[in-house]
Design a protein around this ligand. Structure first.
Ligand code: ATP
Length: 430
């Protein structure tokens, strides 16, 4: 049944350059009498009347060649092709269209990357994670705009159900467990009962997934508006423990994620990772960072989480700001955001004060000014700057004049110490 309205909706989801690119792709496919379809998440979102960001197309034919032909007339659009994978991307800063040659997939063993061969649209839909992601809209042919729905996904969309396409789905690729929990949290959907039974049975196959793929899926979950809902669900399904035995999440931790969003708009995923690792002991945090093949910066934040947690009691003590800055400044920034979110009351205020103000405090006198007063470059210069900064943090100096007075006192003390130990290098001239 032709429903051209869906093609209109697809165009409406794109900015003007994106529409031109889609036009060019459809035109090129028509010229070559090739069947081109919109597939996957964008079809699901269009049918749910949700905004869709990226558009995925499937071509029964050579997608890289089609993308090249379409892009030839579009100087402002970037075209990237991966002929070995049969994929291509057209994009600019405001849109992204991925085109792929239709393919069939099979799995040699659980968790392996699939073996791929050219296939039909139906093959291409059959390899997908859930029925609601396995629909297509025809963009060419006799019925442009027709919905192709071989697995009766329309009923699942209506009922808000996530249903796998076959019993071995989670065993083949257990990242689908993380994908499904993300859709549950985002769309308010639920796993269909049989799918849920298979999921619980096969959660252990998460062990077969490489660290990098787990990391990528976990980060996508952490970018959801409420990642704590995904994490809580993953914990209850036994999936977190299957990712790493020390990994756990419960209701008491959800508030910290909400606080992180309150305290840092669009919090960095690295801070979420540190918060996920919050309860771990140092060896467990290090093992988790290794299991997830985290980037250096992410691994640093996760490994520092236990150190940050250990600071909590000290943050309640009556300490001057300079001491607090000394304690907090060695930790990675993302980890400090996790600390500010995990803490409440005075420790939270202090961590936030550090993040928002104290860490930016600098004395008015810089290295050059101190050198003009007689300090030679070297460790003593750094020490003098630190003393000035501490005095400023603690409110002992306010004006440039105050700082100069303090600097002179420091200099004379250093000179006196130098006279007492004449053979050591003082770094002070004159
Ligand atoms: P999102 O809305 O989060 O971007 P999406 O549904 O667009 O999600 P993508 O990760 O962009 O998902 O993948 C595009 C499509 O590819 C999915 O809709 C799904 O049909 C298919 N897909 C992606 N990953 C898998 C997987 N691991 N197993 C099966 N199908 C997958």
């Amino acid at each position: 049944m032709p429903q051209p309205n869906f093609i209109d909706k697809l165009y409406a989801a794109l900015p003007p350059t994106g529409r031109t690119a889609l036009d060019a792709l459809i035109g090129a496919a028509r010229e070559r009498s090739l069947a081109l379809y919109a597939v996957g998440g964008c079809v699901r979102d269009l049918l749910l009347d949700r905004p869709t960001l990226d558009i995925d197309l499937t071509l029964e034919g050579d997608a890289p060649a089609l993308a090249r032909a379409a892009a030839a007339g579009l100087p402002d659009v970037r075209c990237t092709v991966h002929p070995a994978f049969g994929t291509a991307t057209l994009k600019d800063s405001g849109f992204r269209i991925d085109a792929a040659s239709a393919r069939a997939e099979s799995y040699k063993r659980p968790g392996a990357l699939p073996t791929v061969r050219p296939g039909s649209l139906r093959d291409d839909l059959r390899r997908r994670d859930f029925t609601v992601n396995a629909m297509a809209i025809a963009l060419t042919g006799d019925h442009p705009g027709a919905i192709i729905d071989p697995f009766n996904a329309a009923a699942d969309l209506d009922a808000g159900l996530l249903r796998v396409l076959h019993e071995a789905s989670f065993r083949d690729d257990a990242t689908r467990i993380l994908r499904g929990t993300r859709y549950e949290a985002r769309l308010g959907f639920h796993f269909e009962p049989q799918t849920l039974r298979w999921l619980r049975r096969d959660a252990r196959y998460l062990e077969t997934i490489s660290g990098r793929r787990l990391r990528d899926e976990l980060l996508r979950a952490l970018h959801e508006p409420q990642p704590e809902r995904v994490l809580l669900r993953l914990d209850r399904l036994g999936a977190l423990a299957a990712i790493h035995p020390s990994l756990a999440f419960d209701e008491s931790r959800t508030a910290a994620f909400a606080r992180l969003r309150e305290r840092h708009q669009g919090p960095p995923a690295t801070a979420c990772l540190a918060l996920l690792a919050w309860g771990l002991a140092p060896p467990e945090a290090a093992a988790l960072a290794g299991r997830l093949s985290l980037t250096r910066r992410e691994a640093e934040a996760v490994r520092a989480a236990p150190d940050a947690r250990a600071l909590l009691p000290a943050l309640s003590k009556d300490l001057p700001p300079s001491r607090l800055v000394d304690m907090l400044s060695p930790l990675p920034l993302a980890c400090l955001w996790a600390l500010a979110a995990a803490a409440e009351g005075l420790p939270a205020d202090r961590a936030l004060h550090y993040l928002r103000r104290w860490r930016h405090v600098r004395p008015l006198l810089d290295g050059r000014a101190l050198m003009a007063m007689g300090v030679t470059p070297g460790p003593r210069l750094g020490e003098a700057l630190r003393r000035l900064q501490a005095a400023k943090l603690d409110g002992e100096v306010r004006t440039r004049g105050d700082e100069e007075t303090l600097a002179r006192q420091l200099l004379s003390r250093l000179k006196a110490a130098n006279t007492a130990r004449p053979r050591s290098s003082s770094g002070i001239e004159g």
